[in-house]
Design a protein around this ligand. Structure first.
Ligand code: GDP
Length: 463
């Protein structure tokens, strides 16, 4: 795919530090553009007297970087020749020692030699504009860099390998075939084109709609894996909230005491449960109190619960349910909550029937011993629908992609209604074309420059 025709790729040669802005063993200054070799040649001298023009792509030279006469560092210069590079342009990467001072000094020399500073995401942007990667793949470069858990990294890698793009193209292909057949039939009535079978047209449209619906419904699950979910551990005092939090965190974070009502402040922590980063807050118990300080804590807890994407409602199985427990149950009734019936190591006194009546998911756990943690993991994955997520099937992972997929789905729905209500096939074609156009936008093949800008705007310099 070549996107060059739509946008102007700059003929300038850009440069930036492509490794993190922190001390490290190795740091890389990347130079990309038509003058990459010439510019690198001004700041780098190989120890064997060869120049970058003497060597093939994918090979390297050892030597020193300097600014004029001033020696800066020893370095390896890696040579990539267009179009066989990440950006599709000539690229030279100078691998130096990782000190920030050295890298900035090298970059300054590279600028003095004629390169201009790369904008945010400009290397990846050029890769897209030169047809090296699709827009969804470019977007996953960023997801890959930011991935927190294994599943998130897998999903980003699948996106990077084009899983989403492949899926979208597949869907689009079915739509294109339908549109093609419809227009051929409408435009050349005298030709021997088989009549459009409304039954099969309807069936194909419904199957396309189903595919788009699946992608859209998995968006939130994908987001949970990537960004984590705001999670609240709620319950009356002493049911074991802090102990559960500590179990999840694997370290002592909140103060665990034997006295009710001691966890007043909300402690925050991110833990990875299974594959999902939980952004946890251990809250004060929801309970009725006259103490003004505690009341503030309780009010904050309620607020957190209202905003939470996941609530772990903790109960003490060794105690009978009291009014505070029931208050919590009624408060979280319509929320995405899991009943965590704690202290399963002790004799059971709780009215489990009441819990079963009010929660779809119940997990028995001993926060003290860790027994039941696996079940909690599974329950969370089930509630957030992350269990059945297969990155290789393609996952929408940005709002932009979701928006385009939604528009495509709306258009397909319109086409279905048009078929069902016996409207002209022209009307059906218009809706199908609307869907195709939204999908072309999704993959970046027909995205406006503003859309492309907004994608790369979120990248950092050097990517
Ligand atoms: P919170 O007020 O809800 O945060 O409760 P804590 O986490 O402070 O726990 C209250 C008490 O219950 C502490 O003495 C904990 O050691 C104890 N506890 C917590 N979880 C368990 C458990 O699974 N089994 C047993 N036997 N005791 C627990």
């Amino acid at each position: 795919m070549e996107n060059k025709s739509i946008y102007n790729t700059s003929s300038k040669t850009i440069a930036a530090i492509s490794t993190p802005q922190a001390p490290g063993g190795i740091g890389i200054v990347r130079i990309s553009g038509p003058d990459a070799r010439k510019i690198a040649g001004k700041v780098f001298t190989s120890s064997r007297g060869k120049t970058l023009d003497d060597i093939k792509g994918y090979t390297a030279l050892y030597g020193r970087v300097h600014d004029g006469d001033e020696d800066i560092d020893e370095a390896i210069a890696l040579n990539f020749t267009a179009p066989a590079s990440f950006t599709g342009e000539d690229v030279v990467e100078l691998s130096c020692h990782g000190g920030l001072y050295i890298l900035r000094r090298v970059l300054k020399a590279v600028f003095a030699a004629g390169a201009v500073p790369a904008g945010p995401g400009e290397f990846t942007r050029r890769a897209f504009l030169n047809g090296k990667i699709g827009l969804t793949e470019a977007e996953s470069v960023m997801q890959l860099i930011g991935a927190q858990g294994e599943q998130a990294a897998k999903a980003a890698l699948a996106g990077h390998d084009g899983a989403l793009e492949k899926k979208i193209r597949q869907i689009r292909e079915s739509l294109l075939q339908m549109a093609g057949h419809l227009s051929a039939w409408a435009d050349y009535p005298e030709e021997d084109i088989p009549e459009v079978n409304e039954g099969s047209l309807h069936a194909t449209l419904c199957s396309v709609k189903g595919e788009l619906e699946r992608l859209l419904s998995q968006f939130e699950a994908g987001r949970a894996i990537r960004e984590g979910v705001v999670t609240v551990i709620a319950g009356r005092p002493n049911v074991g909230k802090s102990t559960l939090m500590n179990l999840l965190s694997g370290c002592e974070r909140s103060i665990v005491t034997e006295y009710a009502g001691t966890t007043r402040d909300i402690v925050e922590d991110t833990v990875i449960l299974g594959d999902i980063p939980l952004r946890l807050s251990d809250t004060a118990g929801i309970h009725l109190t006259e103490d003004p300080v505690e009341r503030i804590g309780v009010e904050r807890a309620r607020e957190r619960i209202r905003e939470a994407q996941l609530i772990l409602a903790v109960f003490d199985s060794s105690q009978e349910l009291n009014d505070e427990d029931r208050e919590l149950v009624s408060f979280v009734l319509r929320s995405p909550a899991i009943a965590v019936v704690n202290k399963s190591d002790l004799p059971i006194k709780i009215d489990i029937k009441y819990i079963k009546e009010n929660f779809k998911q119940i997990v028995y756990i001993s926060a003290l011993s860790g027994e039941g943690l696996e079940q909690l993991k599974n329950a969370v994955a089930e509630l957030l629908h992350t269990a059945g997520l297969n990155p290789a099937d393609g996952i929408l992972f940005t709002e932009r992609q979701r928006d385009a997929a939604r528009r495509a789905e709306d258009s397909v729905s319109e086409a279905i209604v048009a078929v069902e209500s016996g409207m002209t096939l022209d009307a059906v074609t218009v809706s199908i074309e609307g869907a195709i156009s939204a999908l072309l936008e999704l993959t970046g093949e027909r995205a406006t420059e503003a859309v492309v800008d907004s994608v790369f705007h979120n990248f950092c310099v050097g990517k």
